[in-house]
Design a binder for this molecule. Structure first.
Ligand SMILES: [Fe+2]
Ligand SMILES: [Fe+2]
Length: 286
């Protein structure tokens, strides 16, 4: 398969890519964007209900019951609401993989990567990019979702090749499809006009070439690469011995202290399983 064989405009997806792009392009808190976010949420009953449920959940509730979208946005903040809308919007994309291997190795892997990336962005002095880190973690493997839509049987074959032969996802995909999920995801990001930062993370998260010397985009790619390995080490995503090497290399590039590495890597599985937000996300795509 060649990238040109995939017609991103006619792929049968439950989410209109333009809707996803519109949400992601709202990148500041101007009154105009605040209203647009409110409008985008309001037209979709499932998303409106999901946002209100989240605003009143144990992990986001600030005490008072939130009954309106406007209150939810002003209480939780524009950026957090935006990434929750992305989560609720892309839920139906992840639901396309209605089999256990997809749920664990693609959906739950993406959720854990998102949660770890967000927390790491805060620890690394990038609090202004926490929600971008969450979204980048959630969507970094979007190419796998697309490959699964293009040909589910062949995508399952790639997962089995990784599990049984211990080869990387990209190597298995190249063998079966002729292209890999980073290439497919990047092409989709360009077609769908997703933000530049996100497109770069999707394209480069498997390459390991990023150096920490440049700006936010390179650091974000490293944050997602690191979170990706932490998720795999915790059992969400396919673990291979190389994962430990990549994890250590990326941690070094990010300048993570041993204490910060321990905080992210030790007992991550137990911590993630006890995290009420992870439980909520798991319940979204059952
Ligand atoms: Fe990946
Ligand atoms: Fe991944």
């Amino acid at each position: 398969m060649l990238l040109t064989d995939i017609d991103f405009k006619t792929l049968k997806l439950p989410v209109h890519p333009q809707a996803l792009s519109a949400i992601l392009q709202l990148d500041d808190h101007t009154e105009m964007n605040f209203k647009e976010l409110d409008n985008l949420i309001r037209v979709d009953q499932a998303i409106s209900a999901g946002i209100l449920k989240l605003a009143n959940s144990s992990f986001y509730s600030r005490g008072n019951k939130v009954t309106s979208l406007q209150n939810a946005i002003s209480l939780l903040g524009f950026k957090l609401i935006k990434s929750m809308v992305v989560l609720l919007t892309t839920k139906s994309l992840f639901e396309l993989g209605k089999y256990e291997k997809f749920r664990v190795h693609v959906y739950r892997h993406s959720v854990v990567t998102a949660i770890v990336a967000k927390s790491l962005a805060a620890s690394l002095g990038m609090p202004h990019l926490q929600e971008e880190a969450f979204v980048a973690g959630l969507l970094h493997d979007i190419g796998k979702v697309i490959l699964n839509v293009c040909d589910r049987t062949r995508f399952i074959e790639t997962l089995n090749l990784c599990i049984e032969n211990g080869i990387s996802a990209c190597a298995a995909e190249k063998q079966v499809f002729g292209i890999d999920h980073a290439e497919v995801g990047h092409a989709a990001a360009i077609q769908w006009k997703l933000p530049e930062l996100l497109a770069r993370v999707i394209a480069e998260h498997e390459s390991g070439l990023t150096t920490p010397t440049a700006g936010d985009t390179d650091r974000m790619t490293l944050v997602v690469q690191y979170a990706d390995t932490v998720a795999k080490k915790a059992g969400y995503g396919i673990y291979r011995s190389e994962v430990d090497e990549v994890c250590a290399r990326v941690a070094q590039k990010l300048g993570l202290t041993p204490a910060l590495r321990d905080a992210n890597e030790k007992n991550q599985k137990a911590r993630i399983e006890a995290d009420p937000f992870f439980k909520y996300c798991t319940g979204l795509v059952a």
